[in-house]
Design a protein around this ligand. Structure first.
Ligand code: FEO
Length: 180
């Protein structure tokens, strides 16, 4: 399989962003664990695992295409937050950035007429919809349930069930036959 140098560079840049996301989520998870938000700590450590999976998918893709994969150093991530809600706001901002980067990659694959990369990227397009929905849903809980100590505690404790609800909705949508 042939991959252009532009696509190779863009995927290596993406590997770098996924790597920085792993450490960003580990840092957030650590802050949550230290602060006593156990549900959120578990949530962000799981997010870090997902980012690792994303990074590996890109690494395997370049390696299988026989081009050079660059494993990056990463900057020190933000480690302190003023409140739990801020951690999910940071998560949403990061996922919005990833969505833009994936969309740019898709556009580049179209421009280069690289159908293999275009098709490989479709998994990430769906994944980003799910990730953004997940963070938006959690942030919405702060609006609905509230921001006092008890409300924040309840949100912290409900994160695992919010994640599985979003994931099962997404699986159902993928299994539904297309309307056209
Ligand atoms: Fe790898 Fe959350 O995007």
């Amino acid at each position: 399989m042939r991959i252009s140098s532009k696509i190779t560079k863009a995927i290596n840049d993406q590997i770098a962003y996924e790597a920085s996301s792993i450490y960003a989520y580990l840092a957030i998870g650590s802050w949550c664990e230290r602060t006593g938000y156990d549900g959120s700590a578990e949530f962000f450590f799981e997010q870090a695992n997902e980012e690792h999976l994303h990074m590996l998918k890109f690494i395997h893709y370049l390696n299988n295409a026989g081009v050079e994969t660059i494993i990056p150093a990463t900057d020190k991530p933000q480690a302190k937050f003023d409140k739990l809600e801020s951690t999910f706001q940071a998560g949403l901002r990061s996922e919005q950035t990833v969505t833009k980067l994936i969309n740019n990659l898709v556009e580049l694959a179209e421009k280069e007429k690289d159908r293999a990369t275009y098709s490989f990227l479709q998994w990430f397009v769906s994944e980003q919809t799910e990730e953004e929905t997940l963070f938006e849903t959690i942030l919405q809980k702060f609006e609905i349930v509230g921001r006092d100590k008890l409300a924040v505690y309840q949100i912290d404790q409900s994160l695992a069930s919010i994640r599985s609800e979003i994931m099962s909705k997404d699986t159902q949508q993928q299994q539904q036959p297309s309307a056209n």
